[in-house]
Design a protein around this ligand. Structure first.
Ligand code: 6PG
Length: 629
């Protein structure tokens, strides 16, 4: 919708509800074209109708597609009003196919008696009133329409529609933390009329919403609230509300607070780092209340949220289509100008993919930390390390590499700031969830686990200092070539991406989500924390095969880099420098490429103490055997 905020107003209702009259007035008032759906019936439908024969669904489908085409064509140029009975959900689905986010439904409602009386007063109407009953029988109430009673005067009906359109916002943002604020500004900068909400907490969160609105020029037309009811009522229906609150219990509490004010067909979008299993639970819960829910992973931090994040939405596809124009518009764009936002798949798949994104992020960060510790143990100071990493941008560029160069150069007084930062890494839980998920799904994302546990180990600062004294371990100066370190880093990054993508692919199979890994790599090329040149290179590779280790160019690359990582890991182990993720990457490939592993011993042990049985190499049937050891 960016720069093109056109919309189709569909006026619907049974024959005789007055939709043509209202449609005409509305189109004249708004100075946009008017189309009467009935004018697009093929001749055979008109013949049937004038002979008093009801149309079948079959009769209607071609006609509805014609109107859908008309709507799409109009949207390219202008907004428009289209009147059409659109009694069934399946009819409305055809009418809004491909343009869901740009459609406003207005349903003119009245009782059978009311409408019959109106019809009886009409002359030359091609449908006899006797067909009205079948229309009422067919009518499936829309859940996402503005309902207006036909007993109001045409002027009042049009005023209600205009009021909804002009005074109400099209998108709501709930929660004005760092990310909520940036996303709100991003939406407003794209020309969307928004409402923003932040709670009022005496002493800590006072006047947040209104102060925020007043502080930014682009929020001039935005509406700011600290009252939930007023916030909800300020939104056009179906309401689209993005929650940007802390993941976990707070999200559930906010949903409960909102429910009493929501109507059937409204959409809640959870943009936090929520657990994917909770997203499915929330989806089911809200479905029982006729509220749509989608879980959306948003990556890019404060700056990304403002200038264009990478967005990973999951849930029901039709619901996604209702918010697609907003999310695509605010997202980052890839090298071809396409939005770094794509429908990921069903249920909590959007949050799952965001979670794995964070797992990959943990490893990418850990690898850079290991490179830093290696270079530090080669007597390089932060500026010298930054210079080396800067030169890596030519071959291994990524957002995280870039910020690490900046970080290393930052001075604080006479010293570098990094030298003053306590070496205890924090976390907000997504790496933990990824590690749990990978264990539950039986996928060996060993690097994500190693990066997570490296953070946990770092946290035991006092014990580490004590143990250092007890064991007398003191890393010795390393003797390595810079080229080998770069090669080792690249090798480990490839394995990291393989493992993360493998985990996503396994989840897709286990949860029956239809996932497109190439598209996922594409939306990771910009806006997100793990954006990198390598993500770009993965797009065509993943189009061929979900397993990147089957790809010839990846195989050759890993073969070429392997001697370097062998040297780097060996040297670090010998000189007692911890490099858990680099070493895990090489150990993983060694295990993954071992045709004959040591797992025969594990199977024998399991059978020995627990009669768990084992398969035999000399029995091709695959039968399970047991030995009385
Ligand atoms: C992103 C980040 C973002 C956040 C992480 C930090 O993609 O924008 O991943 O979501 O910075 O939650 O996670 P930790 O605090 O666990 O490192």
């Amino acid at each position: 919708m960016e720069g093109n905020k056109t919309s189709v107003i569909f006026l619907m209702g049974v024959s005789g509800c007055g939709k043509s009259t209202i449609g005409h007035i509305l189109s004249e008032t708004l100075k946009i074209p008017f189309f009467d759906g009935d004018d697009y019936h093929p001749k055979k439908n008109i013949r049937k109708l004038s002979n008093g024969i009801p149309l079948t669904d079959e009769d209607r489908y071609g006609w509805l597609h014609t109107i859908n085409e008309l709507a799409k064509e109009q949207l390219q140029k202008n907004s428009c009003v289209i009147v059409c009975s659109a009694l069934k959900k399946s009819y409305r689905d055809i009418l809004e196919e491909g343009i869901q986010g740009q459609v406003k439904w207005i349903h003119l409602i009245g009782s059978f008696e009311q409408i019959l009386e109106r019809l009886n007063k009409r002359e030359n109407h091609f449908m006899p009133p006797s067909l009205l009953k079948s229309q009422f029988d067919t009518l499936e109430q829309p859940k996402n329409a503005l309902e207006i009673n036909v007993s109001l005067s045409p002027k009042d009906i049009v005023d209600s529609i205009l009021n909804e359109n002009n005074n109400k916002s099209e998108f709501g943002l709930f929660g004005l933390g760092v990310m909520g604020k940036s996303l709100s500004r991003n939406l407003a900068q794209k020309g969307f009329k928004i409402s923003v909400f932040n709670r009022e907490v005496k002493g800590s969160e006072e006047g947040v919403a209104i102060d925020f609105k007043n502080a930014h020029k682009e929020l001039e037309t935005a509406q700011a609230f600290s009252n939930i009811r007023s916030f909800v009522e300020s939104l056009q229906t179906p309401r689209r509300i993005m929650l940007m609150v802390n993941a976990g219990k707070i999200t559930d509490m906010v949903i409960e607070d909102l429910i009493p004010f929501l109507s059937d067909g409204d959409v809640l979008i959870d943009g936090g780092n929520s657990n994917y299993l909770k997203t499915k639970e929330r989806y089911d819960y809200l479905k029982s209340k006729n509220i749509h829910f989608i879980g959306v992973g948003v990556s890019g931090g404060e700056e990304g949220a403002l200038k264009g994040p990478s967005i990973m939405p999951g849930g029901n596809k039709d619901t996604y289509n209702l918010v697609k124009p907003y999310l695509e518009s605010i997202s980052a764009k890839d090298s071809n100008g396409l939005p770094c936002c794509t429908y990921i798949g069903e249920e909590g798949s959007g949050h799952f993919v965001k979670m794995v994104h964070n797992g990959i992020e943990y490893v990418e960060m850990q690898l850079l930390a290991e490179v830093y510790t290696i270079l530090r143990n080669m007597d390089k100071n932060p500026d010298e390390i930054a210079k080396i990493l800067e030169s890596w941008k030519k071959t291994a560029n990524s957002y995280l590499l870039g910020i690490t160069v900046d970080i290393l150069r930052k001075k604080d007084g006479d010293d570098w700031l990094v030298n003053k930062i306590v070496d205890k890494a924090g976390n907000k839980g997504t790496g933990n969830w990824t590690t749990i998920a990978t264990a539950q799904l039986g996928a060996p994302s060993t690097m994500i686990a190693s990066a997570l546990f490296a953070r946990y180990t770092s946290f035991y600062k006092e014990e580490r200092l004590n143990a250092g004294e007890n064991f007398g371990i003191m890393p010795l100066k390393l003797n390595l070539k810079a080229e080998d370190i770069l090669n080792a880093y690249q090798f480990a990054r490839i394995i990291n991406h393989y493992q993360g993508l493998k985990l996503i692919s396994e989840a897709g199979k286990a949860y029956k989500w239809t996932l497109n890994l190439s598209e996922i790599a594409r939306i990771w090329t910009n806006g997100c924390i793990i954006k990198s040149d390598f993500a770009e290179a993965l797009i065509p590779i993943l189009r061929e095969d979900d397993n990147i280790l089957n790809n010839h160019s990846i195989i050759s690359k890993l073969k070429e880099l392997k001697p370097s990582i062998n040297r780097v890991v060996a040297e670090c182990v010998l000189k007692e420098l911890p490099i858990s993720s680099l070493s895990e990457s090489v150990n993983f490939l060694n295990a993954y490429t071992t045709g004959i592993s040591s797992a025969n011993i594990i199977q024998a042990q399991r059978d020995y103490f627990g009669a768990h049985t084992y398969q035999r190499t000399d029995d091709p049937s695959g039968k399970f055997h047991h030995t009385d050891w």
